[in-house]
Write a protein that binds this ligand. Structure first.
Ligand SMILES: Cc1cc2nc3c(=O)[nH]c(=O)nc-3n(C[C@H](O)[C@H](O)[C@H](O)COP(=O)(O)OP(=O)(O)OC[C@H]3O[C@@H](n4cnc5c(N)ncnc54)[C@H](O)[C@@H]3O)c2cc1C
Length: 411
Protein backbone atom coordinates (compact mmCIF):
# COMPACT_ATOMS: atom_id res chain seq x y z
CA UNK A 1 0.00 0.00 0.00
CA UNK A 2 1.31 3.44 -0.93
CA UNK A 3 0.87 6.00 1.85
CA UNK A 4 2.45 8.87 -0.07
CA UNK A 5 0.15 11.75 -0.86
CA UNK A 6 -0.59 13.27 -4.27
CA UNK A 7 -1.86 16.85 -4.54
CA UNK A 8 -4.56 18.50 -6.64
CA UNK A 9 -4.30 21.94 -8.27
CA UNK A 10 -6.34 23.46 -5.44
CA UNK A 11 -4.07 21.87 -2.85
CA UNK A 12 -0.98 23.19 -4.63
CA UNK A 13 -2.59 26.65 -4.61
CA UNK A 14 -2.99 26.33 -0.83
CA UNK A 15 0.66 25.27 -0.57
CA UNK A 16 1.75 28.41 -2.44
CA UNK A 17 -0.36 30.54 -0.05
CA UNK A 18 1.21 28.86 2.99
CA UNK A 19 4.71 29.13 1.60
CA UNK A 20 4.42 32.83 0.87
CA UNK A 21 2.92 33.42 4.34
CA UNK A 22 5.84 31.60 5.96
CA UNK A 23 8.40 33.41 3.81
CA UNK A 24 6.96 36.70 5.04
CA UNK A 25 6.63 35.68 8.69
CA UNK A 26 9.50 33.32 9.58
CA UNK A 27 12.66 35.36 10.24
CA UNK A 28 15.88 33.54 9.29
CA UNK A 29 17.06 33.90 12.89
CA UNK A 30 14.13 31.79 14.09
CA UNK A 31 15.22 28.60 12.35
CA UNK A 32 17.35 26.62 14.78
CA UNK A 33 20.07 24.05 14.28
CA UNK A 34 19.73 20.67 15.96
CA UNK A 35 21.69 21.65 19.07
CA UNK A 36 19.10 22.33 21.79
CA UNK A 37 21.54 24.60 23.61
CA UNK A 38 21.43 27.02 20.70
CA UNK A 39 17.71 27.66 21.17
CA UNK A 40 17.50 31.19 22.55
CA UNK A 41 14.79 33.13 24.39
CA UNK A 42 14.62 35.43 21.36
CA UNK A 43 13.95 32.47 19.04
CA UNK A 44 11.24 31.30 21.43
CA UNK A 45 9.64 34.75 21.33
CA UNK A 46 9.69 34.67 17.53
CA UNK A 47 8.07 31.23 17.49
CA UNK A 48 5.28 32.39 19.80
CA UNK A 49 4.76 35.39 17.56
CA UNK A 50 4.48 33.16 14.49
CA UNK A 51 2.13 30.86 16.42
CA UNK A 52 -0.24 33.74 17.17
CA UNK A 53 -0.22 34.86 13.53
CA UNK A 54 -0.99 31.32 12.38
CA UNK A 55 -3.65 31.04 15.09
CA UNK A 56 -5.52 34.03 13.67
CA UNK A 57 -5.80 32.14 10.35
CA UNK A 58 -6.76 28.85 12.04
CA UNK A 59 -3.50 27.32 10.80
CA UNK A 60 -1.97 26.55 14.18
CA UNK A 61 -4.38 23.72 14.99
CA UNK A 62 -5.88 23.42 11.50
CA UNK A 63 -7.82 20.17 11.98
CA UNK A 64 -9.81 21.32 15.01
CA UNK A 65 -13.28 22.95 14.85
CA UNK A 66 -13.44 26.62 13.89
CA UNK A 67 -15.92 27.33 16.70
CA UNK A 68 -13.11 26.66 19.21
CA UNK A 69 -10.38 28.53 17.32
CA UNK A 70 -9.15 25.74 15.05
CA UNK A 71 -9.06 25.89 11.25
CA UNK A 72 -11.75 23.31 10.38
CA UNK A 73 -9.47 22.10 7.55
CA UNK A 74 -9.31 18.62 6.07
CA UNK A 75 -6.42 16.16 6.13
CA UNK A 76 -4.86 17.27 2.84
CA UNK A 77 -4.56 20.88 3.95
CA UNK A 78 -3.19 19.85 7.34
CA UNK A 79 -0.48 17.80 5.65
CA UNK A 80 0.46 20.69 3.37
CA UNK A 81 0.81 22.99 6.38
CA UNK A 82 2.87 20.35 8.16
CA UNK A 83 5.14 19.85 5.15
CA UNK A 84 5.74 23.55 4.64
CA UNK A 85 6.62 24.08 8.32
CA UNK A 86 8.79 20.98 8.24
CA UNK A 87 10.89 22.52 5.46
CA UNK A 88 11.86 25.13 8.06
CA UNK A 89 12.53 22.63 10.84
CA UNK A 90 9.25 23.49 12.61
CA UNK A 91 6.38 21.18 13.52
CA UNK A 92 2.60 21.33 13.62
CA UNK A 93 0.68 21.53 15.91
CA UNK A 94 2.97 24.04 17.37
CA UNK A 95 6.54 23.10 17.98
CA UNK A 96 6.64 25.12 21.22
CA UNK A 97 3.37 23.80 22.71
CA UNK A 98 3.46 20.01 23.00
CA UNK A 99 1.16 20.34 26.04
CA UNK A 100 -1.50 22.01 23.91
CA UNK A 101 -1.09 19.37 21.22
CA UNK A 102 -2.16 16.77 23.77
CA UNK A 103 -4.30 18.81 26.18
CA UNK A 104 -6.38 20.40 23.38
CA UNK A 105 -7.76 17.13 21.98
CA UNK A 106 -8.35 15.89 25.53
CA UNK A 107 -10.62 18.83 26.37
CA UNK A 108 -12.33 18.46 23.01
CA UNK A 109 -13.23 14.85 23.87
CA UNK A 110 -13.94 15.19 27.60
CA UNK A 111 -14.74 18.85 28.38
CA UNK A 112 -18.19 20.35 28.93
CA UNK A 113 -19.32 22.93 26.36
CA UNK A 114 -18.43 25.68 28.83
CA UNK A 115 -14.92 24.23 29.34
CA UNK A 116 -14.37 23.92 25.58
CA UNK A 117 -15.36 27.57 25.09
CA UNK A 118 -13.07 28.66 27.92
CA UNK A 119 -9.94 26.54 27.40
CA UNK A 120 -9.72 25.74 23.69
CA UNK A 121 -9.64 29.11 21.83
CA UNK A 122 -6.55 30.39 23.71
CA UNK A 123 -4.72 27.10 22.96
CA UNK A 124 -5.80 26.80 19.33
CA UNK A 125 -5.07 30.49 18.60
CA UNK A 126 -1.60 30.32 20.14
CA UNK A 127 -2.37 32.76 22.95
CA UNK A 128 -1.20 30.35 25.65
CA UNK A 129 1.38 27.65 25.96
CA UNK A 130 0.69 24.62 28.16
CA UNK A 131 2.84 21.97 29.79
CA UNK A 132 1.87 18.42 30.64
CA UNK A 133 2.63 17.47 34.22
CA UNK A 134 2.38 13.72 34.69
CA UNK A 135 5.65 12.24 35.97
CA UNK A 136 6.46 12.26 39.68
CA UNK A 137 9.56 11.14 41.59
CA UNK A 138 7.77 7.85 42.40
CA UNK A 139 5.57 7.55 39.30
CA UNK A 140 7.02 7.42 35.78
CA UNK A 141 6.27 4.16 33.97
CA UNK A 142 3.80 3.39 36.76
CA UNK A 143 1.85 6.56 36.02
CA UNK A 144 -1.29 5.43 37.86
CA UNK A 145 0.82 5.52 41.05
CA UNK A 146 0.92 9.34 41.22
CA UNK A 147 0.55 10.71 44.76
CA UNK A 148 -0.09 14.42 44.11
CA UNK A 149 -3.43 15.09 45.80
CA UNK A 150 -6.32 17.38 44.86
CA UNK A 151 -8.82 17.43 47.72
CA UNK A 152 -12.17 19.22 47.31
CA UNK A 153 -12.70 22.18 49.63
CA UNK A 154 -15.75 24.34 48.83
CA UNK A 155 -15.54 25.61 45.23
CA UNK A 156 -11.86 24.62 44.89
CA UNK A 157 -9.58 21.61 44.91
CA UNK A 158 -6.50 22.03 47.09
CA UNK A 159 -3.48 20.57 45.29
CA UNK A 160 -0.30 19.34 47.02
CA UNK A 161 2.56 17.36 45.49
CA UNK A 162 5.57 17.35 43.17
CA UNK A 163 6.03 16.69 39.47
CA UNK A 164 9.43 16.05 37.87
CA UNK A 165 10.97 15.96 34.36
CA UNK A 166 8.16 18.19 33.08
CA UNK A 167 7.87 21.38 31.01
CA UNK A 168 10.79 23.09 29.31
CA UNK A 169 12.42 26.50 29.24
CA UNK A 170 10.57 29.82 28.93
CA UNK A 171 7.61 28.93 31.16
CA UNK A 172 3.97 28.22 30.35
CA UNK A 173 0.66 29.98 31.00
CA UNK A 174 -1.26 26.77 31.74
CA UNK A 175 -0.40 23.27 32.87
CA UNK A 176 -2.49 20.14 33.02
CA UNK A 177 -2.08 17.20 35.33
CA UNK A 178 -3.64 14.17 36.98
CA UNK A 179 -3.98 14.08 40.76
CA UNK A 180 -5.55 11.85 43.41
CA UNK A 181 -9.05 13.10 44.27
CA UNK A 182 -10.11 9.98 46.20
CA UNK A 183 -7.26 8.79 48.44
CA UNK A 184 -9.32 5.75 49.50
CA UNK A 185 -10.42 4.85 45.96
CA UNK A 186 -9.14 1.89 43.92
CA UNK A 187 -6.18 2.33 41.54
CA UNK A 188 -7.14 3.94 38.20
CA UNK A 189 -10.46 5.15 39.70
CA UNK A 190 -9.02 7.59 42.23
CA UNK A 191 -7.62 10.26 39.88
CA UNK A 192 -8.95 13.38 38.18
CA UNK A 193 -7.64 15.52 35.29
CA UNK A 194 -7.11 19.27 35.76
CA UNK A 195 -6.17 22.25 33.58
CA UNK A 196 -4.39 24.69 35.89
CA UNK A 197 -3.40 28.35 35.57
CA UNK A 198 0.35 28.31 36.25
CA UNK A 199 0.25 31.74 37.93
CA UNK A 200 -1.82 30.46 40.88
CA UNK A 201 -0.23 31.04 44.32
CA UNK A 202 1.65 28.01 45.67
CA UNK A 203 3.13 26.80 42.34
CA UNK A 204 6.94 26.76 42.13
CA UNK A 205 8.97 25.78 39.05
CA UNK A 206 12.56 24.68 39.50
CA UNK A 207 14.82 23.91 36.50
CA UNK A 208 16.60 20.55 36.41
CA UNK A 209 20.15 21.25 35.34
CA UNK A 210 20.80 18.06 33.42
CA UNK A 211 22.25 17.06 30.07
CA UNK A 212 18.97 16.75 28.22
CA UNK A 213 17.87 16.25 24.66
CA UNK A 214 14.39 15.36 23.59
CA UNK A 215 13.40 12.78 21.01
CA UNK A 216 12.65 15.63 18.60
CA UNK A 217 14.98 17.68 16.50
CA UNK A 218 15.53 21.35 15.72
CA UNK A 219 13.01 23.74 17.18
CA UNK A 220 11.58 21.24 19.63
CA UNK A 221 12.15 23.76 22.38
CA UNK A 222 12.27 21.12 25.04
CA UNK A 223 15.72 21.81 26.42
CA UNK A 224 15.43 22.37 30.13
CA UNK A 225 13.16 20.08 32.15
CA UNK A 226 11.65 21.28 35.43
CA UNK A 227 10.37 20.13 38.78
CA UNK A 228 7.02 21.71 39.66
CA UNK A 229 5.87 21.92 43.28
CA UNK A 230 2.26 22.42 44.41
CA UNK A 231 1.84 23.77 47.94
CA UNK A 232 -1.81 24.24 48.95
CA UNK A 233 -2.71 25.49 45.46
CA UNK A 234 -6.40 26.36 45.25
CA UNK A 235 -7.65 25.27 41.82
CA UNK A 236 -11.25 26.25 40.91
CA UNK A 237 -13.49 23.18 40.65
CA UNK A 238 -14.48 24.00 37.07
CA UNK A 239 -10.87 23.23 36.01
CA UNK A 240 -11.55 19.52 36.57
CA UNK A 241 -12.22 18.00 33.13
CA UNK A 242 -14.08 14.76 32.41
CA UNK A 243 -15.65 14.01 35.79
CA UNK A 244 -14.28 13.38 39.28
CA UNK A 245 -12.22 10.19 39.62
CA UNK A 246 -12.41 9.64 35.86
CA UNK A 247 -8.93 11.09 35.22
CA UNK A 248 -7.26 7.86 34.12
CA UNK A 249 -9.79 7.43 31.31
CA UNK A 250 -9.44 11.10 30.35
CA UNK A 251 -5.65 10.69 30.27
CA UNK A 252 -6.02 7.84 27.75
CA UNK A 253 -6.72 10.51 25.10
CA UNK A 254 -3.52 12.49 25.48
CA UNK A 255 -1.48 9.36 26.13
CA UNK A 256 -2.72 8.05 22.77
CA UNK A 257 -1.38 11.20 21.10
CA UNK A 258 1.89 11.02 23.00
CA UNK A 259 2.36 7.32 22.30
CA UNK A 260 2.34 8.05 18.58
CA UNK A 261 -1.31 7.41 17.69
CA UNK A 262 -1.55 10.58 15.62
CA UNK A 263 1.68 9.95 13.76
CA UNK A 264 4.18 12.17 12.09
CA UNK A 265 5.16 13.08 8.56
CA UNK A 266 8.68 14.05 9.57
CA UNK A 267 11.72 13.27 7.52
CA UNK A 268 15.01 12.36 9.18
CA UNK A 269 17.25 15.41 9.11
CA UNK A 270 19.92 13.32 10.78
CA UNK A 271 19.82 10.87 7.84
CA UNK A 272 19.97 13.64 5.27
CA UNK A 273 22.91 15.27 7.08
CA UNK A 274 24.80 11.99 7.37
CA UNK A 275 24.27 11.00 3.73
CA UNK A 276 25.37 14.43 2.56
CA UNK A 277 28.49 14.23 4.72
CA UNK A 278 29.40 10.79 3.38
CA UNK A 279 28.89 11.92 -0.24
CA UNK A 280 31.10 14.97 0.17
CA UNK A 281 33.90 13.63 2.42
CA UNK A 282 36.61 11.16 1.54
CA UNK A 283 38.03 8.03 3.11
CA UNK A 284 41.18 6.47 1.61
CA UNK A 285 40.98 8.77 -1.40
CA UNK A 286 37.33 8.17 -2.39
CA UNK A 287 33.92 9.37 -1.21
CA UNK A 288 32.86 7.64 1.99
CA UNK A 289 29.72 6.37 0.22
CA UNK A 290 31.96 4.24 -2.03
CA UNK A 291 33.44 2.35 0.90
CA UNK A 292 31.58 -1.01 1.05
CA UNK A 293 31.50 -1.21 4.86
CA UNK A 294 30.18 2.33 5.22
CA UNK A 295 27.65 1.76 2.47
CA UNK A 296 26.28 -1.28 4.29
CA UNK A 297 25.92 0.68 7.53
CA UNK A 298 24.20 3.54 5.68
CA UNK A 299 21.69 1.09 4.22
CA UNK A 300 20.95 -0.37 7.69
CA UNK A 301 20.28 3.18 8.84
CA UNK A 302 18.13 3.89 5.79
CA UNK A 303 15.94 0.82 6.42
CA UNK A 304 15.34 1.68 10.09
CA UNK A 305 14.62 5.36 9.57
CA UNK A 306 12.36 4.59 6.61
CA UNK A 307 10.27 2.14 8.68
CA UNK A 308 9.87 4.85 11.33
CA UNK A 309 8.82 7.37 8.68
CA UNK A 310 6.26 5.02 7.14
CA UNK A 311 4.76 4.04 10.51
CA UNK A 312 4.46 7.74 11.32
CA UNK A 313 2.86 8.52 7.98
CA UNK A 314 0.39 5.65 8.39
CA UNK A 315 -0.67 6.82 11.86
CA UNK A 316 -0.99 10.39 10.65
CA UNK A 317 -3.33 9.20 7.93
CA UNK A 318 -5.34 6.95 10.31
CA UNK A 319 -5.79 9.75 12.83
CA UNK A 320 -6.84 12.52 10.50
CA UNK A 321 -9.05 10.25 8.38
CA UNK A 322 -10.65 9.15 11.71
CA UNK A 323 -9.96 5.46 11.04
CA UNK A 324 -10.04 2.90 13.83
CA UNK A 325 -6.70 1.89 15.31
CA UNK A 326 -5.41 -0.22 18.16
CA UNK A 327 -1.69 -1.00 18.45
CA UNK A 328 -0.36 1.42 15.81
CA UNK A 329 0.62 4.26 18.18
CA UNK A 330 2.83 2.27 20.54
CA UNK A 331 4.18 0.26 17.59
CA UNK A 332 5.44 3.49 15.96
CA UNK A 333 6.86 4.72 19.25
CA UNK A 334 8.57 1.42 20.16
CA UNK A 335 10.20 1.19 16.74
CA UNK A 336 11.28 4.84 16.66
CA UNK A 337 12.83 4.69 20.11
CA UNK A 338 14.51 1.31 19.60
CA UNK A 339 16.00 2.16 16.22
CA UNK A 340 17.11 5.67 17.28
CA UNK A 341 19.05 4.10 20.15
CA UNK A 342 20.54 1.38 17.94
CA UNK A 343 21.49 3.87 15.23
CA UNK A 344 23.65 5.95 17.59
CA UNK A 345 26.09 3.03 17.42
CA UNK A 346 25.78 2.74 13.63
CA UNK A 347 26.58 6.45 13.24
CA UNK A 348 29.60 6.11 15.52
CA UNK A 349 30.82 3.18 13.41
CA UNK A 350 30.61 5.44 10.35
CA UNK A 351 32.00 8.69 11.77
CA UNK A 352 33.99 7.66 14.84
CA UNK A 353 34.55 10.47 17.34
CA UNK A 354 33.30 13.10 14.86
CA UNK A 355 29.81 11.93 15.85
CA UNK A 356 30.34 13.23 19.38
CA UNK A 357 31.70 16.72 18.97
CA UNK A 358 30.10 20.16 18.87
CA UNK A 359 33.43 21.76 17.93
CA UNK A 360 32.54 23.95 14.91
CA UNK A 361 35.73 22.85 13.13
CA UNK A 362 34.66 19.18 13.08
CA UNK A 363 30.87 19.48 13.36
CA UNK A 364 28.92 17.13 11.06
CA UNK A 365 25.51 18.18 9.70
CA UNK A 366 24.99 21.41 11.69
CA UNK A 367 24.77 19.51 14.95
CA UNK A 368 22.10 17.00 13.90
CA UNK A 369 24.56 14.14 14.34
CA UNK A 370 25.86 15.11 17.78
CA UNK A 371 22.32 15.87 18.93
CA UNK A 372 21.19 12.45 17.76
CA UNK A 373 23.89 10.81 19.91
CA UNK A 374 22.34 12.40 23.03
CA UNK A 375 18.72 12.09 21.92
CA UNK A 376 19.06 8.36 21.24
CA UNK A 377 19.22 7.50 24.93
CA UNK A 378 17.30 10.47 26.35
CA UNK A 379 14.49 10.01 23.81
CA UNK A 380 13.65 6.53 25.10
CA UNK A 381 11.89 8.13 28.08
CA UNK A 382 9.50 10.98 27.09
CA UNK A 383 6.00 9.68 26.47
CA UNK A 384 6.77 6.27 27.96
CA UNK A 385 9.78 3.98 27.62
CA UNK A 386 10.27 1.24 25.02
CA UNK A 387 9.14 -1.38 27.56
CA UNK A 388 5.94 0.56 28.26
CA UNK A 389 5.19 0.89 24.52
CA UNK A 390 5.64 -2.86 24.06
CA UNK A 391 3.38 -3.56 27.03
CA UNK A 392 0.59 -1.38 25.64
CA UNK A 393 0.97 -2.92 22.21
CA UNK A 394 0.76 -6.44 23.67
CA UNK A 395 -2.44 -5.58 25.53
CA UNK A 396 -4.00 -4.22 22.35
CA UNK A 397 -3.19 -7.20 20.15
CA UNK A 398 -4.45 -9.57 22.86
CA UNK A 399 -1.20 -10.97 24.20
CA UNK A 400 -1.07 -11.40 27.96
CA UNK A 401 -4.35 -9.59 28.60
CA UNK A 402 -8.01 -10.41 28.14
CA UNK A 403 -10.06 -8.64 26.96
CA UNK A 404 -8.02 -6.59 24.52
CA UNK A 405 -7.35 -3.04 25.67
CA UNK A 406 -8.78 -0.29 23.44
CA UNK A 407 -6.82 2.64 22.03
CA UNK A 408 -7.35 6.03 23.75
CA UNK A 409 -10.43 7.97 22.63
CA UNK A 410 -9.49 10.70 20.14
CA UNK A 411 -13.07 11.70 19.43
C1 LIG B 1 13.56 14.54 27.85
C2 LIG B 1 12.41 14.13 28.71
C3 LIG B 1 11.23 14.83 28.61
C4 LIG B 1 10.13 14.49 29.43
N1 LIG B 1 9.02 15.28 29.38
C5 LIG B 1 8.01 15.02 30.23
C6 LIG B 1 6.88 15.89 30.29
O1 LIG B 1 6.79 16.89 29.56
N2 LIG B 1 5.88 15.60 31.16
C7 LIG B 1 5.92 14.51 31.98
O2 LIG B 1 4.98 14.31 32.73
N3 LIG B 1 7.00 13.67 31.97
C8 LIG B 1 8.05 13.90 31.12
N4 LIG B 1 9.15 13.09 31.12
C9 LIG B 1 9.22 11.95 32.03
C10 LIG B 1 8.98 10.61 31.31
O3 LIG B 1 7.59 10.48 31.02
C11 LIG B 1 9.48 9.50 32.25
O4 LIG B 1 10.89 9.59 32.27
C12 LIG B 1 9.08 8.11 31.76
O5 LIG B 1 7.69 7.93 31.86
C13 LIG B 1 9.78 7.00 32.56
O6 LIG B 1 9.61 7.18 33.93
P1 LIG B 1 10.86 7.21 34.92
O7 LIG B 1 11.87 8.19 34.39
O8 LIG B 1 10.34 7.40 36.30
O9 LIG B 1 11.56 5.78 34.78
P2 LIG B 1 11.05 4.43 35.47
O10 LIG B 1 9.58 4.30 35.34
O11 LIG B 1 11.63 4.36 36.85
O12 LIG B 1 11.75 3.37 34.57
C14 LIG B 1 13.15 3.11 34.61
C15 LIG B 1 13.44 1.92 33.69
O13 LIG B 1 12.73 0.76 34.17
C16 LIG B 1 11.90 0.25 33.14
N5 LIG B 1 10.63 -0.26 33.70
C17 LIG B 1 9.83 0.38 34.59
N6 LIG B 1 8.75 -0.38 34.87
C18 LIG B 1 8.86 -1.50 34.12
C19 LIG B 1 8.06 -2.69 33.97
N7 LIG B 1 6.90 -2.85 34.63
N8 LIG B 1 8.50 -3.65 33.12
C20 LIG B 1 9.66 -3.51 32.45
N9 LIG B 1 10.48 -2.42 32.57
C21 LIG B 1 10.07 -1.44 33.38
C22 LIG B 1 11.62 1.42 32.23
O14 LIG B 1 11.27 0.99 30.93
C23 LIG B 1 12.95 2.15 32.26
O15 LIG B 1 13.87 1.59 31.35
C24 LIG B 1 10.25 13.39 30.31
C25 LIG B 1 11.44 12.65 30.39
C26 LIG B 1 12.52 13.01 29.60
C27 LIG B 1 13.78 12.22 29.70
Amino acid sequence: MDFEIEYSTEQERFRAEVRSFLEANVPAAMVTTAAVESYTAEQYRMQRDLGRKMGVRGWLYPQFPQEYGGGGLDLDHVIILDEELERLGLHLPPYYDSGGKMGGPTILVWGTEEQKQHFLPPIFKGEVRTWQLLTEPGAGSDLAGVTTRAIRDGDDYVVNGQKVFVGSNNGAEWMWTIAVTDPEGPRHKNLSWFMIDSSLPGITMQPLELLTASGGEAGSASGEKQSVFFDDVRVPANCLVGGENNGWTVASTHLEVEHGGTGNIGRSRMREALFEHCRTHQLDGRPMTEDPDIRELLMDLYVDTEITRLYGLRNYYLAYAKKARTYEGPQYSAHRKTSNLKLTRTVQQILGYYALTTDPEYLVGEGHIEFMQRAGIVGTHPGGTIEVQKLIMARRIGIGSTPREKAGDLG
